[in-house]
Design a protein around this ligand. Structure first.
Ligand SMILES: O=C(O)CCC(=O)C(=O)O
Ligand SMILES: [Fe+2]
Length: 369
């Protein structure tokens, strides 16, 4: 895959797929609303100032505070847009927010994948993101990934350029986030602190609501069969390439408005019909791409049930000024994972133990080749 100047993605067969600019339908916060949100973020940060960085902001009191202050003092138009998106989603399954407050003096982009400094140096960005996520749902993170951090850093890492994960800088194939996880996120948010140097890294999304019309009834029926397996991502299982979840269907729920779980890099089917249906779906998804080069203060929310996302390639310089996004997840109901979390913690325990051949999840769901 590659991207040319006219914002198209070119697939391996040389066919170019246009990318609609997501900025056209963005919600741009007014200066007044942005300052209002900054005040909410600073207020929450001040009340939790003694929280050590080592806890990665993992505490339900902080989440309660974020939600309460956002509902009480946050910009009403933003709370309304988030609540509508939560209930109804939209045709692209993606909502771009612009002009969100972030911290004035940013630390250098971390080199090794995680920001290890004091969270207070990013208090505006961190609390803003958690305030937004707490309106969309219940914040969750995964112990297997990035040490369970509640807010994860998405930065290029030297040596990982070709990896199909967010430390890479090549084309990141369209995927459902953590589609293999029993409590995968409903919403993911990506808040940009810095764009890439050349401003070419387009974060992409594509919604099943737009693609459904491009799929015939037979293809939809195949995609609804539980004949697909998803390889666990390397951020969960390291270098192992043989751990799969499934079998699962790609389309579930309503026939006219289905949910989607697919990964065009990590999903396979032993069934030739299943593979053909995935190819048709990929063409439909590529027909309906939206994209945006996330700039500082842009926050993209992806509805992980209704859209896949990915990113076009870029060149990292590893000079402390590289692209830097921050990511967080929300689920509709945290209580569904009570047995898999410590009390008051929002971190889901490991589903995979490195060095063993056993996934630790209590419901057997992984297979090994
Ligand atoms: O880098 C991006 O824009 C998207 C990365 C991504 O897919 C992720 O972090 O889940
Ligand atoms: Fe992703």
């Amino acid at each position: 895959m590659s991207v040319d100047q006219a914002a198209t993605v070119t697939d391996d067969e040389g066919r170019a797929w246009p990318i609609r600019e997501a900025g056209a339908s963005a919600l741009v916060l007014s200066e007044e609303d942005s300052e209002c949100l900054r005040a909410v973020a600073l207020g929450v940060a001040a009340r939790h100032a003694s929280r050590p960085s080592g806890l990665h902001l993992d505490d339900s009191d902080l989440m309660v505070d974020c939600k309460l202050r956002m509902l009480r003092d946050g910009p009403e138009s933003l709370v309304q847009a988030l609540t509508e998106f939560r209930y109804r989603s939209n045709p692209d399954g993606a909502l771009l927010l612009r002009n969100l407050p972030i911290d004035d003096a940013l630390p250098p982009t971390p080199e090794q994948g995680n920001f290890d400094g004091d969270w207070q140096r990013l208090k505006v960005a961190s609390m803003t993101q958690l305030a937004v996520m707490n309106i969309l749902g219940d914040v969750i993170s995964y112990a297997d990934e990035k040490a369970g951090r509640i807010i994860q850093d998405v930065v290029p890492v030297a040596g990982a350029e070709k990896r199909q994960e967010n430390t890479g800088s090549c084309f990141l194939e369209l995927h459902t986030e953590d589609g293999f996880h029993p409590q995968r996120p409903r919403f993911i948010s990506l808040l940009a602190l810095r764009p890439d140097h050349e401003r070419v890294a387009l974060t992409l999304a594509s919604g099943i609501r737009r693609s459904l019309a491009c799929l015939d009834g037979g293809t939809r029926e195949v995609l609804a069969r539980p004949i697909y397996r998803i390889r666990l991502s390397s951020s969960f299982v390291g270098d192992r390439e043989d751990v799969y979840a499934g079998p699962v269907p790609v389309l579930t729920g309503s026939l006219s408005d289905p949910d989607l779980c697919v990964d065009f890099h990590a999903m396979t089917s032993d069934d030739p019909e299943g593979r053909r249906a995935i190819d048709s779906l990929r063409r439909a998804i590529l027909t309906n791409l939206v994209g945006h080069v996330l700039a500082a203060g842009d926050l993209l929310i992806v509805d992980n049930d209704k859209a896949v996302h990915g990113r076009t390639g870029f060149t990292a310089r590893y000079d402390g000024q590289d692209r830097w996004l921050r990511r967080s997840f929300a689920v509709p109901d945290l209580r569904r994972s009570t047995a898999d979390r410590m009390p008051r913690s929002h971190v889901h325990r490991r589903i995979f133990t490195p060095g063993t051949d056993h996934a630790v999840h209590r419901r057997p769901m992984f297979s090994y080749e």
